[in-house]
Design a protein around this ligand. Structure first.
Ligand SMILES: [Cu+2]
Length: 145
């Protein structure tokens, strides 16, 4: 019985060892080929933040970085999560070629999509809530190292 158990354990470990390296290679290959990159971005707020005391907005984006590779097809769904009567938010990029400006009312959403043709760091912001509601689109090179 002990021998059978030991044989099963050895078989399980050896199959794991065979799977792991091939999975790593797969990830490396994926990261350098253009692909569809889809993001869901939400308006959010820092909890228990006293806007009057701090002298600034408590609004933030749910993520402050969006990272893609050059050549990717990028799709950003931006949701304004405010209740009815709440604030309007925007997703705004000033720098070309990704310049965009969508203004979204409470409870609504808009989608921005583009091909990542230029590498670099491109700030995005909500025009209504500065300096807190901002982030950066990072477009990395797709060249192999
Ligand atoms: Cu805003």
């Amino acid at each position: 019985m002990i021998i059978v158990c030991a044989a099963i354990i050895v078989a399980a470990i050896s199959s794991l060892v065979m799977i792991l390296p091939s999975k790593q290679n797969q990830e490396e290959t994926y990261s350098i080929h253009p692909q569809k990159k889809e993001f869901w971005l939400f308006s959010s707020a820092i909890p228990e933040f006293n806007e009057t005391k701090m002298g600034m907005s408590h609004d933030v984006f749910s993520q402050s970085t969006i990272t893609v590779n050059k050549g990717d097809n990028v799709i950003i769904h931006f949701f304004n999560t405010e209740p009815a009567g709440g604030d309007t938010h925007s997703f705004t990029i000033y720098d070309k070629p990704y310049d965009a400006n969508v203004v979204v009312k409470p409870g609504e959403n808009e989608t921005v999509s583009f091909n990542a043709t230029k590498i670099g760091v491109f700030p995005y912001e909500c025009t209504f809530h500065q300096p807190t509601m901002r982030g950066q689109l990072i477009v990395l090179t797709s060249d192999e190292p």
